[in-house]
Design a protein around this ligand. Structure first.
Ligand code: FE2
Length: 234
């Protein structure tokens, strides 16, 4: 059982600033399953949740647990964790000078951004399957990197079409005020979801994403693993 973590005043203040600012706009920016996850897990601006409390609820619903890590997980340890329904959560909160961007995933990116999505059973199932499937290619750098690109342009930085217009589907967008504003502006190039294009598309982690892919629906993503494997194998 995880012990209670004590957060510094700076960490609490940064969490409150990011979440309370984002509360004003996120309803019109991020896909529905993010909001229902936040509600189910009772993630709020006024208090940084304890990970064990989150896990208590999350595990009962989707079998996932967050696991504290000290920084960015290498893909070769990240995908095996996903396959076991474990999601790494950076055990720190970004410096308050980096409100909209942090070079390493922290609790705002992981716990506020990723974890709420994992309450949804279909999404959780998909993530586990992506983890298992990527592990099959873990010793082939080229193919493994194609999985990393796929993950990047969907789970991290995907967009999705909805009846109300485009919404952020990726947690990298959902957890960042700056990325939300930028991704939904007219600035990035937005391309229809296409596995072949995605697995051949390079990306940079140190700047706003200038090229994004947009899903027609959640089922388009959840049903695409066989096609992804076929394209990666080619
Ligand atoms: Fe992430």
């Amino acid at each position: 059982m995880l012990k209670d973590r004590v957060f510094t005043n700076d960490e609490t203040e940064t969490w409150q600033t990011v979440l309370s600012t984002h509360e004003k706009t996120r309803r019109d920016q991020v896909v529905d399953i993010f909001h229902s996850g936040l509600k189910t897990l009772d993630i709020q601006a006024n208090k940084i949740p304890q990970l064990w409390e989150i896990n208590d609820t999350l595990e009962k619903i989707s079998g996932f647990n967050g696991a504290y890590v000290t920084g960015l997980e290498d893909g070769k340890s990240f995908y095996p964790m996903l396959a076991k329904r474990l999601f790494p959560v950076g055990n720190f909160i970004r410096d308050k000078r980096d409100l909209s961007y942090t070079p390493e995933p922290d609790m705002i990116h992981d716990l506020y951004g990723h974890i709420p999505f994992l309450v949804n059973r279909d999404y959780a199932q998909f993530c586990q399957k992506i983890g298992e499937t990527a592990c099959r290619f873990i010793d082939d750098d080229k193919k493994f990197h194609q999985f990393e690109r796929f993950f990047w342009f969907t789970i991290e930085f995907g967009l999705i079409k909805t009846d109300d217009g485009p919404r952020a589907f990726g947690a990298g967008i959902a957890s960042s005020i700056g990325e939300c504003d930028f991704a939904l502006s007219f600035e990035p190039e937005v391309v229809d979801f296409d596995i072949e294009l995605i697995i051949n598309q390079e990306f940079r982690i140190d700047e706003m994403q200038k090229k994004l892919f947009i899903l027609e629906s959640k089922s388009q993503l959840y049903g695409c693993i066989d096609e992804l494997v076929n394209k990666v194998k080619k």
